[in-house]
Design a protein around this ligand. Sequence first.
Ligand code: BDR
Ligand code: CA
Length: 312
Amino acid sequence: MTAKIPLLIDTDPGVDDALALLVAFNDTAHDVIGLTIAAGNVGLQHTVRNALKLCEVAGRSEVPVFAGCAAPLLHPSPDAADVHGLDGFGDTGYTPAAHGAQAEHAALAILRLSHEYAGRLLLVTLGPLTNVAVALKLDPTLPQRVARLVVMGGAASAHGNLTPAAEFNVAFDPEAAHLVFQAFPQFDVADWEATLAHGLHHRRVEQWLAAPSPRAAFYETISRQTRLWSADRRGDHWHSADALAMALALHPDGATELVERPLAVELAGTLTRGATVTDWNRQTGRPDNARLLLRYDQARFEALVEAALAAA
Ligand code: BDR
Ligand code: CA
């Protein structure tokens, strides 16, 4: 039997983070070795609480949850409570998980686990990159031990969601994204534009959410508010950025179109701070650090989401 791939997820749950975590928990080829938690969609006290609850609902309370940085590296940034609810999980008033987070800081946990699983670690980031940036500052050799980094973030052609040019995860903490993009020689990116190209039809999602499983029932309630918001704002299809990134991480062979280019973060612009700049024509002479997802097998993506919700 082949050993499972150790999977460490840095996340800011968040409704779409939750779906990505369910997809990860349902994967038999990967072993979720921990969740490191960032502030982003909402404040850290909520994202930690949500991560713990999601683990409990999925019957995975043994997965260690590590609280990380409560704010971006340099500049405060608004959260996404308008999309995810004030508590990040749709304000359903759920009963908190019975267990708590670990004492170890997320950045330290990233470093420790990178040693324990050196050369095999799959690191997936679903939120602002603050924790990974701090880990890199503490130990710049981190990338040498990470087998693969998959980032949900950015907007390859500057079709942003937080601002006209910038995507939320990068724009929340541009300096952190800058440090990570500079430090890792190569990483995979599922950006906001790929997310837009892989919408999930609301009617199909509703069918999946009717599955007789505690995971589907919980997810139906926490995602209701954001699905209504999305239907109102974006029409027939719902977009789950983090779930698509997780599909790319777990099943890279589902990607049907990828492109490698140098990717950098704009730190200074008044209109464009936090935008990701793709050097499409390779004018900078910088190496191709990012492998950008353009197309993923839609049926495969949907099957992963459906199965994750239906899992007992
Ligand atoms: C990203 O921002 C967050 O609101 C989502 O959880 C996702 O990680 C999409 O831009
Ligand atoms: Ca997220």
